[in-house]
Write a protein that binds this ligand. Structure first.
Ligand SMILES: Nc1ncnc2c1ncn2[C@@H]1O[C@H](COP(=O)(O)OP(=O)(O)OP(=O)(O)O)[C@@H](O)[C@H]1O
Ligand SMILES: [Mg+2]
Ligand SMILES: [Zn+2]
Length: 252
């Protein structure tokens, strides 16, 4: 099938015999765009806004070379490696510097434990709002969708701690990641690790996000990032109590 052409200037369809010139005098022809079926969009890549990472003084941001606002980041690591602590640091910094709020969707711990994560990195809880399930039957029926409903569009960042606790099954995890990918705020999704030391759940979880970050006791590794060259890794500051406790354990 020969692609039908039209005049690039007046959009008149090219006649079979025209000697190369359009009736309007122009001689540049282009394919007549095919009308897409419902649900399909054809777009040009010209213009638009470039992916510009914004810098924040937090180790997760440093590891990724900054954060492109609105992206979704999966943060994994073994239990106790510091996932929640480092998400708290970045969330507090983003809320402050973007003059907005961070929404912490907690299904892991409780209010006191979440609050205590912040002083560890010298971060303020002032701009953090805690979203959690009510105790008892009312809370048991609440889903991640219910929790996301209370987050305003202009929130700076949402932390979901954790993917596995807010969405038990693999299918539900896929739905959660799909749901947050359409949201305006940046989303940090904390993920458990499996016994093999990888992100728990289907490998699709890693494809469904824009960046994957692994928190280790002494460093933060970025294994995937849609706006920076990967893999990359930064050392965690040795001043944190997490590492000094480890060292104490080793020394005596
Ligand atoms: N007061 C404290 N100051 C500094 N570090 C602490 C303090 N209390 C606990 N820690 C350390 O912080 C680490 C836990 O950090 P965090 O809760 O961020 O990890 P996590 O990866 O989210 O863990 P989990 O998988 O259990 O949710 C532990 O290794 C613990 O030793
Ligand atoms: Mg945690
Ligand atoms: Zn023409």
């Amino acid at each position: 099938m020969v692609t039908p052409l039209r005049c690039a200037v007046c959009h008149r369809r090219r006649p079979e015999i025209c000697g190369g010139f359009c009736a309007c005098g122009a001689y540049v022809w282009e394919p007549i765009p095919i009308k897409p079926p419902p649900g399909i969009i054809v777009d040009s890549l010209e213009g638009g806004t470039p992916l510009r990472p914004k810098q924040f003084p937090a180790i997760l941001a440093e590891a990724m070379g900054g954060v492109v606002l609105g992206m979704n980041i999966l943060v994994g690591g073994i239990p106790g490696s510091g996932k929640s602590t480092l998400c708290g640091e970045l969330a507090a910094q983003m809320a402050e510097r973007l003059d907005s709020l961070a929404y912490w969707l907690d299904a892991e711990q409780n209010r006191d434990i979440v609050r205590e994560l912040f002083p560890r990195t010298g971060s303020s809880t002032q701009r953090v709002r805690l979203v959690s399930r009510e105790r008892g039957r009312a809370g048991a029926g609440a889903s991640f969708r219910d929790a996301l409903e209370v987050v305003p569009r202009d929130a700076a960042v949402i932390v979901i701690d954790s993917l596995q606790r807010w969405a038990r099954g693999f299918a539900e995890q896929t739905e959660l990641l799909d749901a947050v990918s359409g949201l305006a705020p940046t989303v940090l999704v904390v993920s458990h690790f499996n016994k093999a030391g990888r992100f728990a759940g289907p490998v699709g979880n890693e494809y469904d996000v824009d960046a994957t970050v692994i928190v280790e006791p002494d460093r933060v590794k970025v294994t995937k990032c849609r706006w920076a060259l990967c893999p990359r890794s930064v050392k965690r500051p040795q001043t944190s109590a997490t590492t000094s406790q480890t060292e104490k354990g080793v020394d005596g």
